[in-house]
Design a protein around this ligand. Structure first.
Ligand code: HEC
Length: 184
């Protein structure tokens, strides 16, 4: 990777805008599905096309692979091209926005919990190797440890983006987490 150092630092600052709280299924994920999928996939409304309903937890669990958004059929089906036969919603109508897809991916990365308040507590490693990193301003991001680079840690988010963050910009817990992950 030969991305100039300054641009990486700038992006790293921007990346830390996510809330420190884990994504909540009922408050953040379900409303998106309810708006975009319920007309065809709601047990409550008596519509279960393809025998799938967003309000049947067993159906939902089959569509998500905790920790791996890109291997989750829920994410795959909403990110296919408009003209793909399997795209959801069908025929490219009423597509999810990138922000909505981002919320669903974050929820899956954090462990796809259906409990209120989301998944693992901050700093606990989630499935798939993602951990919570908190900066000195108390903002958090979910990412995998990649490597140490001098006095900075390189982390990788679920969408494959690498961020290089100076250790001095991280909370003491996250600094310790980086050193532990690096075996230092
Ligand atoms: C306008 C109706 C409509 C909307 C809206 C819609 N779907 Fe579907 N969906 C279908 C139909 C029809 C099928 C069955 C397709 C088939 O079996 O070939 C289906 C099948 C599915 C399946 C089952 C696939 C399988 O076989 O495992 C899933 C999962 C799914 N949809 C997810 C979604 C999600 C998530 C949304 C919202 C983002 C959504 N759908 C929105 C019509 C819709």
């Amino acid at each position: 990777m030969t991305i100039p150092r300054t641009s990486l630092l700038a992006i790293a600052a921007l990346a830390f805008t996510a809330s420190a709280n884990a994504t909540d299924f009922a408050k953040q994920v379900f409303p998106i599905l309810n708006q975009k999928c319920a007309e065809c996939h709601s047990e409550k409304k008596g519509k279960t096309k393809g025998d799938f309903a967003i309000d049947r937890m067993d159906d939902m669990k089959k569509q998500v692979k905790a920790g791996s958004p890109d291997a989750s059929s829920l994410v795959v089906s909403v990110t296919l091209p408009d003209d793909d036969d399997d795209v959801m919603p069908p025929k490219g109508k009423n597509r999810l926005t990138p922000a909505e897809v981002g919320i669903i991916k974050a929820w899956i990365t954090e462990g796809a919990s259906f409990e209120a308040g989301g998944a693992a507590p901050a700093a606990a490693p989630a499935a798939g190797g993602a951990m919570t990193w908190t900066n000195t301003a108390g903002k958090a991001i979910q990412a995998e440890f990649d490597r140490m680079d001098g006095d900075a840690v390189v982390i990788k988010t679920a969408d494959g983006t690498y961020f290089k963050v100076p250790l001095s910009g991280l909370s003491p817990e996250s600094q310790a987490q980086a050193k532990k992950a690096a075996g230092q």
